[in-house]
Design a protein around this ligand. Structure first.
Ligand SMILES: [Zn+2]
Length: 131
C-alpha cells in the first residue's frame, strides 16, 4: 500500500495500529496489500477502533494489529487478541476483500493462474498482458 495511505490509517486509528513501527511484529512491514483495499480496511478500522476506545484504558493495549496482508488472494488481518465483535468485523472485511479489486477497489473476483489475486476485469486484463 502506498505510504500516504498507510500513514493516514496509522494516524487515524492510534490504538489499533500502535504497533505499526514495532519491529517485534510483522506489522513493521506495514499494510502488505494493494491500495484498492484501503477503503475496506478503513471501514474495519473505524469499527474496531471504536470498540477499543470504549474499553478501560489499561485493556486497550492488548488489542493491537500484528499483521495485515494479502494471502491466497484475500485480506488477512491479524490481531494479538480479539473478541467476538472484533472477530465478526474482521470476518466481514476479509469476505469483502474476495470481491474487491486489490488494485483499484472496484468490484472484482478471485483470479487464479500464477499468483491468486482478487481483480476487476480491467486489472485482470492488464495482468494477462504482462504474462
Ligand atoms: Zn481494478
Amino acid at each position: 500500500m502506498r505510504q500516504e495511505l498507510d500513514e493516514a490509517l496509522v494516524r487515524d486509528f492510534p490504538n489499533l495500529y500502535a504497533d505499526r513501527h514495532n519491529n517485534k511484529t510483522p506489522f513493521c512491514w506495514g499494510f502488505e496489500c494493494g491500495d484498492g483495499w484501503e477503503p475496506l480496511i478503513r471501514k474495519l478500522s473505524q469499527e474496531v477502533e471504536a470498540i477499543i476506545v470504549a474499553m478501560p484504558e489499561k485493556e486497550r493495549k492488548k488489542f493491537r494489529v500484528k499483521q495485515v496482508k494479502e494471502k491466497f488472494g484475500t485480506l488477512r488481518f491479524y490481531m494479538g487478541v480479539a473478541h467476538d465483535a472484533i472477530r465478526a468485523a474482521i470476518d466481514r472485511a476479509e469476505q469483502e476483500s474476495a470481491q474487491t479489486c486489490e488494485d483499484c477497489g472496484k468490484p472484482g473476483k478471485v483470479r487464479s493462474g500464477g499468483w491468486i489475486s482478487v481483480l476487476c476485469d480491467e486489472h485482470e486484463a492488464e495482468r494477462k498482458k504482462k504474462r
